[in-house]
Design a protein around this ligand. Structure first.
Ligand code: M6R
Length: 620
């Protein structure tokens, strides 16, 4: 939550920072702001509540010429402390307007810091936790050992802060540098020719450089146009971890699509292929990073998948495969509940933490809790070097590329594929599958990009359906077996994008309550199992459909091509290719993504930036 960017170099900082913010707005859009320092140490700030477009209009009114300078910073906010109004927008400044700060995260002891500042006569002008840091840094800069040294001043203040934070700080008296610091919130450095960047995400500077450096926990970086220097919060020299970003600007742009989500839906075949690539070598499944001994993997006797939102649904899908392949009990748990209920964990427990961003606060805390209990943690993550993989014993990266739409699409499909690879790696380690069986499962996975590509031919049919469903008050989703988590995912997509009441149910539960919701014209989306692969469940779902149709429901059926049995019960039929049962979520989810996006679009909502949400949920 919150996107930050900082720049020191040879270009106009305002242009660079605004370019970065445009690609970081997915992290929050309650307000946006910029600060630019000119070489003479004059600090100019503009900030506006609402979307980045509001800030850009304000800049047009003020005149962009006022923001001349080659060092600057920007922020796009998801509000935590204080309403989304101008005065709570970042950057925040100290009373003398010499320090400017942007912040991502929550400073948990801000009330005590605020009281201390007020007792010292400082007048705070916002309701935020962030503003306290601007005043504290300014005071440190003016006195004692840290006098005149911005980096030392920021370190002193960071040592006093509790919670998760990334801070980017400028001081008018040191206009040629910017200081940034992080604890449990993301921060990457971009290294260009005669210019250096800091940001929450490489997307902010990918247009200028693909050379990046990830910072460790409790590290601080000073950037200037010649490069960067990293220390810890005590001032001891430290090392960042350099990496080269393996995608380019086009991946972070709409590329002619009306909205990112539609582009990302269409990228799903590539996301799957890239996630699988290189993970089956010399007849064996290989992870990206493995700091768990093979013997320890063999000894695993229980698996927990912990995750939030769509990532949690990917875990629910994986449970069917991992239990089937590995003969291991698998529990799938919302990360926000996990550590609060004293789960039974020990060194033979494998905790699989699934997260697109790798920075979701609840998932990160679940990882930390698992590790204190000696469990092994394997991260499935889409973001290179994010905090969750950094703190895990093994990592499997999904290579879905940057996902800008707030609703998870290609990352979700890639998570399912990666979770399956985890299952196959475990089956291989435990010997519950012969090598040729692992090879066969992998080759079935390898056929999925083509199958998903085929489903994309239904996009226009589903968009048309979405336009006709846009007036609905509620939609129910039903599924069984692996179709049940698909139903949950379809409902989540509709809630978050179309602000419509939507519920996913296991179809077998219908008669235990949910059937009371059925009324004339209520749309019910049914995810059908294969008539061949799961004949018994298929027959039961056909009965369920006929029961709800008899009570007036309008049935929208996602079924395998050639499934003629279900056709008479389907008011609308969307056909997906026949694939092995466990892989069916990879095809049946796609129409549900398109449906939610089109309903939202027809209702006039911003498909990529649904209200109240942000892409990365870095606070609890
Ligand atoms: O970055 P993560 O995968 O940890 O994020 C988890 C959820 O916040 C995320 O999947 C969320 O539910 C999406 N908006 C769903 O579309």
């Amino acid at each position: 939550m919150c996107g930050i960017v900082g720049y020191v170099g040879h270009r106009q900082a305002l242009d660079v920072v605004l370019g970065g913010l445009r690609r970081m707005e997915y992290r929050g859009y309650d307000s946006a702001g910029v600060a630019v320092l000119d070489g003479a140490g004059s600090l100019t700030v503009e900030r506006k509540a609402g979307r980045l477009a509001n800030l850009e209009s304000a800049l047009d009114t003020t005149g962009r010429d006022a923001f001349t300078g080659t060092a600057g910073m920007g922020h796009t906010r998801w509000a935590t402390h204080g309403a989304p109004v101008d005065r709570n927008s970042h950057p925040h400044r100290d009373s003398s307007d010499r320090v400017a700060v942007v912040h991502n995260g929550i400073i948990e002891n801000f009330a005590a810091l605020r009281a201390e500042l007020e007792a010292a006569g400082v007048e705070l002008t916002s309701d935020t936790d962030t503003e306290t840091t601007a005043h504290l840094i300014a005071r440190a800069f003016d006195e004692g050992d840290t006098k005149g040294d911005l980096a030392a001043s920021v370190r002193t203040v960071c040592r006093r802060l509790e919670g998760a934070f990334t801070l980017v700080v400028t001081h008018a008296d040191q206009p040629d540098l910017i200081v940034a610091a992080r604890r449990s919130s993301p921060l990457v450095v971009g290294v260009g020719e005669g210019e250096t960047f800091v940001a929450s995400d490489v997307a902010a500077f990918i247009e200028h450089t693909r050379e990046a450096v990830e910072l460790g926990q409790d590290q601080l970086v000073v950037i200037d146009r010649d490069g960067y220097v990293v220390t810890d919060f005590d001032g001891e020299p430290a090392q960042g971890k350099p990496f080269t970003v393996d995608w380019d600007l086009s991946a972070a742009e709409k590329g002619g699509h009306e909205y990112f989500m539609l582009k990302e839906i269409e990228e799903q075949p590539d996301a799957l292929a890239n996630t699988l690539r290189g993970h089956f070598e010399s007849g064996r499944i290989v992870l990206d990073e493995q700091r768990i001994a093979d013997q320890d993997l063999r000894d695993v006797d229980k698996v927990f998948v912990v995750a939030c939102g769509s990532a949690y649904h990917s875990g629910l899908v994986a449970k069917y495969a991992i239990e089937h392949w590995c003969r291991l009990p698998v529990e799938v748990e919302l990360a926000s509940e996990f550590r609060y209920r004293d789960p039974v964990l020990d060194r033979d427990t494998l905790v699989v933490a699934v997260s697109q961003s790798g920075e979701t606060a609840d998932t990160l805390e679940a990882v930390r809790h698992a590790r204190t209990q000696k469990a092994r943690v394997l991260a499935v993550c889409n973001t290179n070097g994010a905090q969750i993989p950094r703190e895990s014993d093994a990592v499997l990266y999904t290579h879905a590329g940057p996902e800008i739409g707030v609703a998870s699409t290609k990352a979700f499909l890639a998570q399912i594929a990666a979770n399956y690879l985890v299952g196959l790696a475990l089956a291989q380690a435990r010997g519950t599958k012969y090598p040729d069986e692992v090879a066969r499962e992998f080759s079935e996975l390898e056929a999925m990009p083509a199958a998903v590509h085929k489903v994309l031919s239904t996009v226009e049919q589903v968009r048309d359906l979405g336009r006709r469903m846009a007036d609905s008050k509620a939609v129910l989703f039903l599924g069984r077996h692996v179709g049940f988590p698909v139903a949950l995912e379809g409902a989540l997509k509709l809630k978050e994008l179309a602000y419509m009441h939507a519920e996913g149910f296991a179809a077998g539960e219908l008669k235990h309550g949910p059937i009371a919701l059925i009324e004339e014209g209520l749309p019910v989306v049914v995810v059908m199992p294969s008539p061949k692969g799961r004949a018994v469940l298929h027959a039961k779902l056909v009965s369920n459909i006929s029961e709800i149709q008899a009570r007036g429901a309008r049935t929208i059926v996602i079924a395998e091509e050639g499934d003629d049995t279900v056709r008479p019960f389907a008011d609308e039929l969307v056909e997906v290719p026949a694939v092995p049962t466990l892989l069916q979520p990879l095809v049946s989810t796609v129409p549900l993504q398109v449906l939610a996006a089109e309903i939202a679009r027809t209702r006039g909502y911003d498909v990529d930036k649904p209200r109240n949400l942000a892409k990365s949920v870095t606070v609890e």
